[in-house]
Design a protein around this ligand. Structure first.
Ligand SMILES: [Ca+2]
Ligand SMILES: [Ca+2]
Length: 167
């Protein structure tokens, strides 16, 4: 069974060709049968200040669930991006803790961009329930397919819009 985007037509065909490659890095192959997969689609982000002193930022997204991580490719050279990045990870049935970061790739240490309005917290933590398709942990509760937009306020900040789906 596939969940479809509820937000019909809102942004459905953004970069239809851009089925961006993503990498899944897992600490060992999962032994159990995955009950479901959680897919985050990053539809847009906007760098609100300079991520890099010497150049424009080079950005990628990282999703983490249950000790596994999925990474987007790196994008650079703009301040507003509509990447249509799809990050997919296996999930357990029911509620899963999900972490989403936007990161500026760096030679030395990758630098997290602030996409969370909470002070001294730069990434996003929320839960996704694979049975109900409810996304909780924000001021309001979202359903699969709804666009979630968040924005940071500290140095090296961005706004980010994404959807969550379960399949
Ligand atoms: Ca950089
Ligand atoms: Ca913050």
């Amino acid at each position: 069974m596939f969940r479809v985007f509820c937000a019909a037509g809102r942004k459905s065909l953004v970069g239809a060709a851009a089925f961006a490659a993503f990498a899944v890095v897992a600490a060992g192959q999962s032994s159990g049968v995955a009950a479901a997969e959680i897919v985050i689609t990053v539809t847009k982000f906007h760098a609100l200040d300079r991520a890099d002193e010497l150049s424009s930022g080079d950005f990628f997204a990282r999703m983490r669930i249950n000790g596994k991580a999925a990474f987007s490719p790196v994008l650079t050279g703009e301040t507003v991006f509509t990447p249509d990045w799809k990050l997919t990870l296996p999930a357990k049935s029911g509620k899963n803790d999900v972490n989403l970061s936007l990161i500026d790739k760096d030679v030395s240490v990758d630098d997290p961009i602030d996409i969370n309005r909470i002070a001294k917290k730069r990434d996003l933590d929320f839960t996704v329930n694979t049975k109900t398709c409810r996304i909780e942990g924000f001021a309001e509760t979202y359903k699969c397919g709804q666009t979630i937009t968040r924005e940071g306020s500290e140095t090296k900040k961005a706004s980010i819009s994404f959807t969550v789906d379960v399949k």
